[in-house]
Design a protein around this ligand. Structure first.
Ligand code: VGL
Ligand code: ZN
Length: 203
């Protein structure tokens, strides 16, 4: 069923590196693709995000001698999980999953391109203040409500959902079209935080 003209879908980071076989594979990450494709065209505004890191990015464990992936370090902007090298600009891993209907995108927003700061959220970098510009894009297109889908539920999807709620959008997360990394209880925490923020969690 088509949604109202003030509704957008935000498709978060459905890229090869987050799918099985990728550098930061999310279990069953590929399974979000048919779910997303099925609902995409119901939304009048369609935004896709693409995690897009330069080589040697500050979120990569390889940039921190003596540290390993999935450890946490303190950065000037707060704590940061260290990840395996992933979604390197121009690499196959940074490409969208080949079955995802990217041709339906109105806009593709790249994030995480600054070497020294990560950007989980589609709205703000991890300092929670540097904007990506997405808020302005959505507002000038008259968007009031956003539905989020993609990878990973507990990182980029949750951070985007929480920022959208903080900015005053009505927020819905389509859980069947998301999969999680689930690092040390991060999925439970993300679900709790989203519920507290008034985000609707749709099965
Ligand atoms: C993501 C970790 C690092 C995500 C991106 O898309 O959830 N997670 N970069
Ligand atoms: Zn990343």
């Amino acid at each position: 069923m088509p949604h109202a003209s003030d509704e957008a879908i935000l498709v978060i980071d459905v890229q090869n590196d987050f799918c099985p076989g990728g550098a930061l594979a999310v279990a069953e990450g590929n399974e979000v693709v048919p779910e997303i494709n099925r609902i995409l065209r119901d939304f009048p505004v369609r935004v896709f995000t693409q995690d897009w890191h330069p080589l040697g990015h500050g979120s990569f464990a390889s940039s921190h001698p003596g540290r390993a992936a999935f450890e946490t370090v303190e950065m000037p902007y707060g704590s940061q999980v260290l990840w395996p090298d992933h979604c390197v600009q121009g690499s196959d891993g940074a490409e969208f999953h080949e079955d995802l209907h990217v041709e339906t995108a109105d806009v593709i927003l790249r994030k995480g391109f600054r070497p020294e700061i990560d950007s989980y959220s589609a709205f703000f970098e991890n300092d929670r203040t540097t904007p990506t510009g997405l808020e302005g894009y959505l507002r000038t297109r008259g968007v009031r409500r956003v539905t989020l889908a993609g990878l990973a539920t507990d990182f980029c999807v949750a951070w985007s959902a929480l920022d959208a709620a903080r900015l005053g959008f009505e927020v819905n997360v389509k859980l069947s079209a998301c999969r999680a990394i689930d690092l040390d209880g991060s999925l439970d925490a993300a679900i709790r935080n989203m519920q507290q923020a008034g985000v609707t969690l749709e099965p």
